[in-house]
Design a protein around this ligand. Structure first.
Ligand SMILES: NC(=O)c1ccc[n+]([C@@H]2O[C@H](COP(=O)([O-])OP(=O)(O)OC[C@H]3O[C@@H](n4cnc5c(N)ncnc54)[C@H](OP(=O)(O)O)[C@@H]3O)[C@@H](O)[C@H]2O)c1
Length: 325
């Protein structure tokens, strides 16, 4: 088969090549999927650079989620040949003609939903659903501040936050991204490149701050983010797209009676696959009734993976980038 493969760590431009590679063979609980669509994720860049927490033996293939048709199964697989499935591969592997999924990290896909939409859903909406519902316990009427709100998990959080009855403040770094957040239902926006995040959030919340802060960015902006939390609030730590891991003072947590809560969606698959299955089914129902709808910035052919990675690297997109076979 053909695959996007890297044999050493580095920038995708230098190390990622479209090469011949042996087809995967299924383990007893595994199934082999012929790829039709793969969404690119921020961690793909990290996987290729050897900076992600999960490392596969080299030579390796990036791509953590994908859609396709099952062509072969192990004897204990829950799938049958011909099933359409969505799969999550924590260490990578989906940017290839075929990839392997396991029983706990793949789901039967609704047939009527286009493959790019299915490819764009699991990581972003799974993460944001677990973050807002299971970690933050977001309640109707609460104020939700979302950082990096036009990114993959950010837009998912806007749609889910509105569905859960929250007042959503979307914070992003350009006017184009702010406009997307408004179109996706944000009640208020802050451009943190041109406006003071703390002043704006205080103004929008009558000085109280946000009840829940959903933060996939971290980095330098966190110095402002942590000053936006309300009394009894919850800050959900989702990721560090800003590049550095921030700190928070315990006295601030005490005085605000607030919680700083970590979120690791990928680990739920290993530790609580039943819960992930039920959220995944719920997300497909929400998709069907139109309560959520992944925003796809661009669909590229598989051969143009480098262009997609360039967009990821340069922050020049919103929502999701999907490559199709
Ligand atoms: N904890 C989990 O279970 C989990 C699951 C999925 C993803 N994540 C993590 O969450 C983070 C966001 O994921 P995503 O899929 O939403 O990524 P994304 O689509 O690339 O969005 C990230 C957003 O972060 C902002 N940003 C700020 N500084 C940035 C920088 N230096 N480089 C790139 N973006 C920067 C950008 O918005 P502006 O340009 O508007 O600032 C961008 O839209 C990543 O770190 C990812 O690894 C965690």
């Amino acid at each position: 088969m053909k695959a996007w493969q890297f044999s050493e760590y580095g920038n995708h431009k230098d190390v990622l090549h479209w090469v011949d590679r042996d087809n995967p063979t299924p383990s007893s609980e595994g199934a082999i999927v012929r790829t039709s669509a793969v969404s690119l994720n921020f961690p793909d860049l990290l996987v290729t650079q050897g900076l992600y927490q999960v490392k596969s033996p080299l030579p390796a293939v990036p791509g953590v989620e994908g859609v396709g048709i099952v062509t072969e199964t192990g004897e204990d697989s829950k799938f049958r040949v011909g099933d359409k499935v969505v799969g999550f591969c924590h260490g990578g592997g989906t940017l290839a003609d075929y990839f392997e999924v396991s029983n706990s990290s793949a789901w039967h896909a609704p047939k009527h939903v286009p493959d790019p939409t299915l490819a764009a859903l699991s990581v972003t909406y799974g993460t944001s659903y677990f973050g807002l519902v299971h970690r933050a316990d977001l309640r109707p009427g609460e104020t939700l501040l979302i950082l990096g709100a036009a990114g993959g998990v950010g837009l998912a959080a806007i749609q889910l936050g509105k569905m859960l009855g929250a007042k959503v403040i979307a914070a992003a770094g350009s006017q184009e991204k702010i406009d997307v957040c408004v179109r996706q239902g944000a009640d208020h926006t802050v451009n943190y490149k041109t406006q003071d995040l703390v002043d704006e959030v205080r103004r929008l919340t009558d000085g109280k701050g946000a009840n829940v802060i959903y933060d996939p960015v971290g980095g330098d902006i966190f110095e402002q983010t942590k000053r936006c939390i309300a009394w009894d609030g919850r800050i959900i730590i989702v990721g560090f797209a800003g590049g550095s891991i921030p700190r928070i003072e315990c006295n601030r947590m005490l005085l605000k009676n607030c919680a700083v809560i970590g979120l690791a969606w990928g680990q739920y698959i290993e530790r609580d696959p039943q819960k992930v299955n039920s959220v995944q089914s719920h997300l497909y129902n929400l998709l069907e009734i139109g309560a959520i709808n992944p925003v796809i910035y661009k669909t590229l052919s598989f051969e143009r993976v480098h262009s997609g990675f360039d967009l990821l690297e340069n922050r020049g997109f919103y929502g999701k980038i999907v490559v199709t076979r």
